[in-house]
Write a protein that binds this ligand. Structure first.
Ligand SMILES: NC(=O)c1ccc[n+]([C@@H]2O[C@H](COP(=O)([O-])OP(=O)(O)OC[C@H]3O[C@@H](n4cnc5c(N)ncnc54)[C@H](OP(=O)(O)O)[C@@H]3O)[C@@H](O)[C@H]2O)c1
Length: 263
């Protein structure tokens, strides 16, 4: 690759300012979703690539700018999809539209957990609505005991990583086509490998976490953890194209990468 032929553009200062706005109309318009099924992923990373801080949670590396976008993205989606590992680590409970942003999208915000084992964290069973559970044959009975058959989506299971495309299709058939995936790294690895991500929002906050914490992508789960690979085969990944980049005064960068397949 030749290094002297690529033009560069200065993106700071920003061209459009988005001052704090309790209604978040302009931010919501920037991140508006299409009417058809669409998978958006939202992840946060430290400057040195860490997906979590000392406490093992992403909350220790996010900040007010990330939180602002996080709320708007939740306000716009039909369903938040998370891996069971994240639901356990981050103590997910049943979701509500972020307070004050209910006008951005009518109807409840659903939660869908991806799990091979079918184990639903107890916290996710608290609240007005039970979560959806997307699982394979191995987890179906356990999941049904927790949330009931009508909330369980059973899809083919391929050596530990379930068929997520089939799971997304079933959620869409239930009116949950606009998906906000909040990770974690194993679920994102699976989603990327399967080519299921339309849009990847990555917030980079001005934290440094050092060596130790994982990245926002990890290899998919396997039936035998001893055979787990941390690698996602690079030849199965689509190239990304920058869609938008927002900059906060703190230095936090809010990037949206378009991963749709181009013909
Ligand atoms: N930086 C960020 O934006 C961000 C976002 C989310 C999470 N995190 C952090 O990531 C860490 C958790 O990492 P993680 O990789 O364990 O999270 P994860 O992907 O949410 O959880 C892994 C678990 O989810 C289920 N799962 C995921 N993909 C699956 C697939 N394709 N098929 C079947 N089951 C699947 C399995 O659950 P079962 O074991 O039940 O079968 C698997 O053990 C936490 O520290 C959390 O704070 C960071």
């Amino acid at each position: 690759m030749s290094s002297d032929t690529t033009p560069l553009r200065v993106l700071v200062p920003t061209l459009e300012d988005l001052p704090p706005d309790p209604q978040e109309q302009r931010l919501a318009a920037l991140y508006g979703l299409p009417e058809h099924p669409h998978v958006r992923v939202n992840m946060v990373s430290s400057v040195d690539g860490g997906a979590w801080g000392d406490d093992g949670r992403s909350g220790s590396i996010n900040d007010a700018a990330d939180w602002r976008l996080f709320r708007v993205l939740r306000a716009l989606a039909d369903v938040v999809l998370v891996g069971a590992g994240t639901a356990r680590a981050e103590s997910y409970t049943a979701l509500d539209r972020p307070r004050g942003l209910e006008h951005l999208s009518p109807g409840p915000l659903e939660l869908a957990l991806v799990t091979r084992s079918g184990r639903v964290p107890a916290g996710a069973l608290d609240g007005p609505r039970l979560p959806w559970v997307v699982t394979g044959a191995a987890g179906a009975a356990t999941a049904s005991a927790a949330v009931g058959d009508d909330r369980v989506v059973v899809v083919p299971d391929d050596d530990g990583a379930i068929d997520l495309e089939a799971g997304l299709a079933t959620l869409a058939a239930h009116g949950l086509g606009r998906v906000l995936c909040e990770g974690g790294p194993r679920l994102l690895g699976s989603m990327l490998t399967a080519g299921l991500v339309d849009e990847l929002c990555v917030t980079t906050t001005p934290h440094l976490v050092g060596a130790g914490p994982g990245r926002i992508v990890a290899g998919p789960p396997t039936a035998d953890p001893a055979l787990a690979s941390e690698r996602v085969p690079a030849d199965q990944l689509r190239p990304a194209r920058l869609d938008r980049l927002l900059v906060a005064p703190s230095g936090t960068l809010l990037a949206t990468w378009d991963l749709r397949r181009r013909t």
